[in-house]
Ligand binder design. Structure first.
Ligand SMILES: *Cc1c(COP(=O)(O)O)cnc(C)c1O
Length: 427
């Protein structure tokens, strides 16, 4: 890749650069395995002395091109794609955290991540302390223990759409010698590049804006390559790995140690690999990410502005609105736009919310965000329904809250549909 390429060019042409006579379009290498002529060559691949493909659970050329492109777009040293966003979060943490250790996480998380952290990781012996991301640094620091191995937060939180105070979180992470892992799903590297603001690891649900067309579930972890794993707190990164004939990750791979360990140890053992076809579709999605994110953001801003002054709406929440509590941070960290997701409170509460969702026509009721098509959801009865009333409140989900994922259709058409559904909801 030409190092001077801007992100719009990387989105279109990064990752896959065909040689003379090769396919113009990234091929779907739908092959489990790869043929070699010499046993010695395969030995070198297994010993990681040479880069190459031998089994698709570990690496595949189509997936590799997608990983290379997203790493370039985020400005990281490497990436590993996974079969879902949940798998990406799980592996991002398990790569540096084991039973008896601890995670500090912002409480304002995607519902699936919240469940993983509140219920499933503790069953595996990893405890998670949730903090209010708006709390002062000294309060967040108090949540840390000697066993804390990562700090986790989302660029744009759920469902309050709070923009992360990167400066504060990065400072805490550095002071506590703990990597900052950021879920950048809602922003995408087009709107925000967390490594430029002090994050050490980024992960995505590729299912959302990266795919962008609601075709595939997937995830990806990107390594910023800047965390000092030799600080004494991450022995697995520096000491010989007995499961990989004594491999020492930092010594062998330097700044790429984290992402290579994630692949050769965790992907090898846990196997949450994406299908090559899905990697092809994620790459295709990335080719228009810059265009779509601009349009998603412009449309969401228009819808949010419309909702804020609508008589049947009690409140509208979008980081691009001056009324949003983290609007200043949106201007600082999301200068190109605040993405396509917004929430609002409908007058008439949960009952009106249900009627509203049934009355929209262009805006479809689906469990999804980040699709080119506009969609609507009532979190309290869907994505967040496993949570108790108390947990709901700590996540900021009120019964009247409606979440819109604004698509890339004509903004006027989206607004007209929402307007008629608001009136229908009151009948
Ligand atoms: C959807 C989502 C996830 C989980 O991703 P899946 O691909 O559904 O497994 C994680 N984080 C955020 C912010 C999400 O929106």
């Amino acid at each position: 890749m030409n190092p001077n390429w801007k992100i719009d060019t990387i989105a279109v042409q990064g990752g896959y650069e065909p040689k003379s006579g090769e396919p113009r379009i990234l091929p779907i290498i739908q092959s489990t395995t790869f043929k070699y002529d010499s046993a010695e060559h395969v030995t070198r691949l297994f010993d990681l002395e040479e880069a190459g493909f031998f089994y698709t659970r570990l690496a595949n050329p189509t997936t590799d091109a997608f990983e290379t492109k997203i790493a370039q777009m985020e400005g990281g040293v490497g990436a590993m794609a996974t079969s879902s966003g949940q798998a990406a979060t799980t592996l991002a943490i398990l790569n540096i955290c084991q039973a008896g250790q601890h995670v500090v996480a912002a409480g304002t998380l995607y519902g699936g991540t919240y469940n993983l952290f509140a219920v499933t990781l503790p069953k595996m012996g990893i405890e998670v302390t949730f903090v209010d991301p708006e709390a002062p640094a000294e309060v967040i620091r108090k949540a840390f223990r000697s066993t804390t191995r990562c700090l986790f937060a989302e660029t744009i939180g759920n469902p309050g759409l709070n923009v992360l105070d990167f400066e504060k979180f990065a400072a805490i992470a550095n002071e506590m010698q703990t990597p900052l892992i950021v879920d950048n799903t809602f922003a995408t590297p087009y709107l925000c590049r967390p490594f430029e603001h002090g994050a050490h690891i980024v992960m995505h649900s590729a299912t959302k804006y990266i795919d962008g067309h609601a075709t595939s579930v997937g995830g990806v972890i990107v390594d910023g390559g800047t965390f000092n794993w030799s600080c004494g707190r991450f022995p697995d990164m520096v000491e010989p790995d007995i499961s990989y004939h004594g491999m020492e990750y930092v010594k062998t791979f330097g700044s790429s140690a984290y992402i290579i360990k994630a692949r050769v140890q965790l992907m090898r053992d846990l196997g949450t690999t994406p299908a090559p076809l899905n990697s092809f579709l994620f790459n295709l999605g990335l080719e228009t990410l810059h265009l779509r994110m601009r349009r998603h953001s412009d449309n969401a801003m228009a819808v949010a502005t419309f909702l804020e002054s609508h008589p049947l709406v009690s409140w509208a929440c979008y980081p691009g609105l001056a009324s949003h509590p983290t609007h200043e941070r949106a201007l600082k960290y999301l200068p190109k736009g605040s993405s396509g997701v917004l929430t609002f409170g409908i007058k008439g509460g949960a009952e009106a919310g249900r009627k509203f969702m049934e009355a929209t026509r262009l805006v479809a009721l689906v469990v999804h965000v980040g699709d080119a098509r506009s969609c609507v959801l009532h979190p309290a009865s869907t994505t967040h329904r496993q949570l108790s009333a108390e947990q709901l409140e700590s996540c900021g989900v009120s019964p009247d809250l409606i979440r819109l994922s604004v698509g890339i259709e004509d903004a006027g058409d989206i607004i007209a549909d929402i307007d008629q559904a608001l009136y229908a909801s009151q009948k």
